[in-house]
Design a protein around this ligand. Structure first.
Ligand SMILES: [Zn+2]
Ligand SMILES: [Zn+2]
Length: 421
């Protein structure tokens, strides 16, 4: 294998492993080869290595490796963020100065913008408060979303923060704080993705996706330029490439011309190849996050929905109606939220697959109805794609026309001061 093929193989392997690491645990891909590969790469192979290490060094190697892995994934420190920014900067340092004299004025402008925006949005995503909930802003975060009585029920305290958990919030074990509209903790930005910075996170993914595809394509066009200069009848499309006498070019001659172009512009070629190979991964992550916006869920909620799906298939899930003016408990529920809709269903899990016993004091009214499929329940937090997008891009945007009732002000302060059991 030549050095070029080695670089390509390593880059391809890294992109593939990262793809599997990111997507293998997604509930949507649970029964696909991606999840199977995830288990192979991240569970079965490490287990086999651990067994081998146990025999050879009685486990010393793997215990230090796993400490390192835990440190990288579950502690708050900027290692991965620094790695990501270094990867961007070093790639640009290697390729951009060489490409600069070769590109047009318009390309210089677009390339500068493509290079600049990922830094800006990474900075904003990493250093914006994601929506940390503390006593001073608790009432505000309580008024963001109503409880849906499906994924989020009123009256749960965070045992660490000693505050009532607002709907859609979650305690982050890495940041050790409760985060409003928690999506997930992201090691790339060393921060949670929550109500206040989800927009920067999306723009960070989008600008990086644009950079990797545009920068990669621009660099490759410079490589192709060299290949064509050497061999004017060559084309990047193998079926268009011909020899000087017009006869079709053999595969080996076609590849030879590629390697000639890459050889002449090795730095630009290597960085462009890395960019083009990682590009689908970044677009994929952006696509996954946009799908969540479309369906009105956070990553955290998509896992909860996935658990509900299993409960439903096992026959343990029951729902019943809840009136729009169900009596609210001002100690644990916001009387008014900026959200335009209120919960109209209660979803519960039963232990034995039979409807909840009437003696249980549960919310809602009427008969319990067994639920078998996710599509038979409402997602209160899905207002349709555009409103969901506004909700992400404009934190705190008010979707509710009705004024905050007077009782609300009393209710809110009570909810804020609710004692911790
Ligand atoms: Zn907490
Ligand atoms: Zn976090």
């Amino acid at each position: 294998m030549g050095p070029l093929a080695k670089i390509a193989a390593v880059v391809l392997a890294i992109s593939f492993m990262t793809f599997v690491a990111f997507f293998g645990r997604l509930p949507a891909l649970r029964r696909t080869p991606v999840a199977w590969l995830y288990r192979l790469i991240w569970v079965y192979i490490p287990r086999a290595v651990m067994d081998l290490d146990q025999k050879l060094t009685s486990g010393r190697l793997t215990s230090s490796l796993s400490r390192f892995g835990t440190f990288i994934m579950y502690d708050k420190h900027p290692t991965v963020l620094i790695f990501f920014v270094l990867l961007l900067s070093v790639s640009q340092y290697i390729a951009v100065p060489l490409a600069w004299p070769l590109i047009s004025a318009v390309q210089k402008l677009t390339l500068s913008m493509a290079v600049f925006f990922p830094y800006l949005f990474t900075y904003l995503a990493a250093f914006t408060d994601p929506g940390i909930i503390d006593p001073s802003n608790h009432a505000y975060h309580m008024s963001q979303y109503p409880y849906d009585f499906t994924l989020f029920y009123p009256g749960t305290d965070c045992r660490t923060c000693h505050l009532l958990k607002p709907a859609r919030s979650k305690h982050c074990s890495v940041c050790k704080r409760c985060i409003s509209r928690m999506d997930h903790h992201c090691v790339f930005i060393n921060n949670c993705v929550g109500a206040n910075n989800a927009r920067w996170f999306l723009l960070c993914l989008f600008s990086t996706a644009v950079l990797t595809s545009y920068g990669g394509a621009l660099g490759m066009s410079l490589v192709i330029e060299r290949a064509v200069a050497r061999n004017p009848t060559w084309s990047m499309l193998p079926w268009r490439a011909v020899l000087s006498d017009g006869s079709p070019m053999s595969w080996s001659a076609w590849l030879l011309a590629w390697s000639w172009g890459l050889h002449e512009r090795i730095n630009i070629g290597a960085v462009s190849l890395l960019a083009l190979l990682t590009s689908p991964l970044v677009w994929g992550l952006l696509g996954y996050n946009m799908w969540n916006v479309y369906t009105g869920v956070t990553t955290n909620e998509s896992m909860k929905w996935s658990d509900w799906k299993d409960e439903m298939e096992d026959g343990f899930a029951y729902k019943r109606k809840m009136g729009p003016d169900h009596p609210k408990d001002p100690r644990v529920e916001p009387m008014w939220t900026r959200w335009p809709v209120e919960a109209d269903q209660v979803l519960v899990r039963t232990e034995n697959g039979r409807p909840p016993h009437p003696s249980l004091k549960l919310e809602g009214s009427g008969e319990w109805e067994q639920v078998w499929r996710l599509k038979d329940v409402e997602n209160l937090y899905d207002l349709g794609f555009w409103d969901n997008l506004i909700d992400v891009m404009v934190p705190g945007h008010c979707f509710n026309d009705s004024d905050m009732p007077a009782v609300e002000r009393r209710g809110r302060s009570k909810a804020t001061e609710a004692p911790v059991s």
